[in-house]
Design a binder for this molecule. Sequence first.
Ligand code: GAR
Length: 205
Amino acid sequence: MSLKKARIAVLVSGGGTNLQALIDAQKSGIIKSGGICLVISNNPGAYALERAKNNDIKTAVVNKKECASQQEFEDKIKALISENDIDFIVLAGFMCILSESFTSCFPERIINVHPSLIPSFCGEGFYGLRVHKAALDYGVKVTGATVHYVNEIPDGGRIILQKAVYIEDGDTPEILQKRVMEQAEWKILPEACELVSKIITGDAE
Ligand code: GAR
């Protein structure tokens, strides 16, 4: 059993319910091989920042709108990752696409939660409620969530965990989003964090 915990940075943009699920999982011991050391938001108004502060987790804002280029935006995030000795990065409702020059610096060290069963309803333009609207418009009967490694292809990296969720009569994108979060995202994201933390700390069976 390794003594060191993996140091996790969580990147967020909005409400941060997935961040909350990670914090709760850390408290309940579902995540025990890693610890959230830093929360970075591209949006200074993200409620996720309050959730971090309420739990004494260090926060930082890298406002994309104040950066002259994608490179400057990513360089600032990279600097924070390195200054804080971060082992791996979790994208939890992070609504910015990261370029290959960023993702290639962290192979199998970035994971993302996506609110559909990849390869359905994913890739550029599929984020947040749009994903659920697309699933309902298509008429699928089952959707879900996916946690995957992040590479240069949006939502294209190796899948770590998936969980299916049934669509019900009368679903709206908002109702479906809530069910997918409750039944899938808030469960598989913490589980995946523990899995990756174990791999990183060398405790994987
Ligand atoms: C979540 O449903 C997450 O899967 C999704 O945005 C929501 C963020 O909610 N992410 C994407 O669509 C990324 N492609 P949260 O801020 O409450 O965690």
